[in-house]
Design a binder for this molecule. Structure first.
Ligand SMILES: [Zn+2]
Length: 269
């Protein structure tokens, strides 16, 4: 990616954003596909998008899983459909970028209390983010559909002769953690999001126009509670009417600069 030059107006806006973040009591980040573009993961839709290239997963994916979980598991273990193979190959090998790293650093400075992401790519966790709420699940994890416990497949042996796998805790059917089309957001994740949003007095929205439920509610909720909403996107999005401050630029460069400002402010305090 070409070096991004931060012009004076953007620099001033970033400094203001750092001031808002370091003064907030309970800042929360909300991220989407845009934060992972610099890791080589294109968004799902639009030109060059994953679904544009590989075709879209079935819109009734969750119903299909429930109708025949064993068949869905066989397809998961040996993906034949192009969208599933394409997604897996794109995610595997992707590494956190400067944007993910800056967000994890902002958390360790105490400037972020939680991070809500729409991404399933695991890159925030790999960057070291601790208080992480994955609305759409995690491509690499498994989840019990009854008690919602999540499992790391490394410690969850799959018996291919005995599908679907069952939860050792409650006996429920275990599914991939990624939320399929038609599947409800896991309730404890949604509750965690609303708890974080309720307390949030400054939301940093990165790489998403937050138009899809439930993410669409979050910045609006923060604004109506009197909080600040800072948007980081290459171009201002549908959030225009909601954001109190827009930082137009690629996530990696903008967030690294934001982190530097936050460090300086904290050192001076
Ligand atoms: Zn269970």
């Amino acid at each position: 990616m070409a070096e991004f030059r931060i012009e004076a107006a953007l620099e001033a806006a970033i400094a203001e954003a750092a001031r808002l973040l370091t003064q907030a009591r309970s800042a929360v980040a909300l991220t989407g596909a845009g934060v992972s573009v610099e890791s080589g993961i294109p968004p799902f839709r639009g030109p060059g998008g994953l679904w544009t290239k590989f075709g879209e997963p079935p819109l009734d994916g969750y119903q299909r899983f429930l109708r025949d979980p064993a068949k869905a598991w066989r397809e998961r273990l040996n993906p034949a459909e192009e969208w599933a193979r394409g997604l897996h190959e794109t995610l595997t090998g992707a590494k956190p970028n400067a944007g993910h790293q800056a967000l994890a650093e902002l958390e360790s400075l105490g400037c972020l209390k939680a991070l809500i992401t729409q991404n399933v790519d695991d890159l925030h966790r790999q960057a070291g983010q601790q208080a992480l709420l994955e609305i759409h699940g995690n491509h690499y994890k498994l989840r019990c559909l009854d008690c919602h416990t999540r499992f790391d497949p490394k410690h969850f042996p799959i018996d291919e002769e005995n599908l679907p796998p069952h939860c050792p805790g409650c006996g429920g059917i275990v599914k991939g953690d990624t939320v399929s089309f038609g599947e409800p957001i896991p309730p404890q994740v949604l509750r965690g999001c609303y708890d974080a949003v309720l307390r949030c007095d400054c939301m940093l929205v990165v790489g998403t126009s937050a138009t899809v439920f439930p993410a669409a509610d979050f910045p609006r909720e923060v604004r109506s509670n009197g909080g600040q909403v800072i948007e980081v996107n290459p171009h201002q999005s549908e959030l225009r009417g909601v954001a109190t401050l827009a930082l137009c630029g690629p996530a990696g460069a903008v967030l690294q600069r934001l982190l530097e400002h936050a460090r300086t402010l904290q050192a001076a305090a």
